[in-house]
Design a binder for this molecule. Sequence first.
Ligand code: SAM
Length: 482
Amino acid sequence: MAVYNPKSLKAEEFINDEEILATLEYAEKNKNNAELIDEILEKARPKKNGNGVSCAGLTHREASVLLACEIPEKIQKIYEIAEEIKLAFYGNRIVIFAPLYLSNYCVNGCVYCPYHMKNKHIARKKLTQEEVKAEVIALQDMGHKRLAIEAGEDPKNNPIEYILECIKTIYSVHHKNGDIRRVNVNIAATTVENYRKLKEAGIGTYILFQETYHKQSYLQLHPTGPKHDYDYHTEAMDRAMEGGIDDVGLGVLFGLEMYKYEFAGLIMHAEHLEAVHGVGPHTISVPRVKRADDIDPDAFDNSISDEIFEKITACIRLAVPYTGMIISTRETEEVRTKLLRLGVSQVSGGSRTSVGGYTQEERPHDTEQFDVSDQRTLDEVVAWLMENGHIPSFCTACYREGRTGDRFMSLCKNGQIINCCHPNALMTLTEYLVDYASERTKEIGFRMIDDEIEKVTKDKVKQLAKQNIEDIKNSNRRDFRF
Ligand code: SAM
């Protein structure tokens, strides 16, 4: 039987079933142990440290106790600390991105995904380079600077060469004042060699959702195709890191398996990356299974309530304080509003989840990967964020300045976010307001920028940022960054 070892490169040893079951038992036994819960909460709380703030994070066992906890006042404390951590490391900035679907050809049999090979109802489509350009122009005209490209797995229709060509095309399009400055990639698990090619193509984060950490369920949910190989899929992030990609994004598709099992697996995966590569995941996504063509989410009997979803998000925030958290338009405005306070740092906006969706007048349903719950335009999302006290950020500076992997983490830990990410967010928000926003959004935005710029603590940075903001307003000069 496999023995738990976070430093192992074997899936069954670093995501170890026996250890997860023991964790769940420990959490269940201690879910009302107020003394232990207080100790864990105290450990999770941000602490002053020289100039900055630091956070210890939690082990998968500690975090699982919090997730199991049933004492209302303690749960309230979890939420309060999640908010504290969020403000300490990410401030009130929320990074904005959009997904771009390149191809829905897929040879896998994932039972929850409409792109599964046997689904004959949907039209199969793969963007040509001309179509990629048109989609990118439409995205730039909305104001997007950061994309996550998505594709099914199909070595014939979507080989790595196709993905690389699309990335090149995306970076090459400069329409009016627009450009895409960071392309994150969400494609199936691949080889070290292909990860190296993606790194060389200048990608930001490599994102791959585990879907479920429960091996037996995984095998049943992915009955056919290359994705059936649980070990190959689970070990993908190690290959990505070996290929030179040091920003990787984890995720679980909540609703497929028992959430407590998934949660423990997810935190163990983060611990494994830290133990082996010295850097944890750059982001964690928290998607939930949605209705889609040929897919009924009720067919999965592990769906989770909004309340539990919020608790999971907050517990992830406490366990891995330096990891960004992403929430997509799978969730409604109401759920997104709550989760933003509990630790989410990135949201998608104005998304279309179909191949070629951005160049079509109406939101197309026939090739959508899942139902979009938040159907507002990007302008509406930007205004809503600001009305809720968040600064919408289109910043892509870290990765372009080489601050990836642990270099980004050290910026976080040294308390320099306020002199770097904060002015960067305000300068990119100015670009958005000047180039793309409605009058109403402009009004809210410029007021927010005037207030927020005063929070920059280094006077030199503040003056320079103010000057850059004026330049953006009065000229076509763009892309200032610290
Ligand atoms: N094909 C790639 C792979 O297999 O990892 C990644 C791209 S896929 C377009 C992105 C993600 O969408 C999947 O990893 C899955 O978690 C999610 N997804 C699939 N079907 C979904 C559904 N019905 N509702 C919500 N999310 C879904």
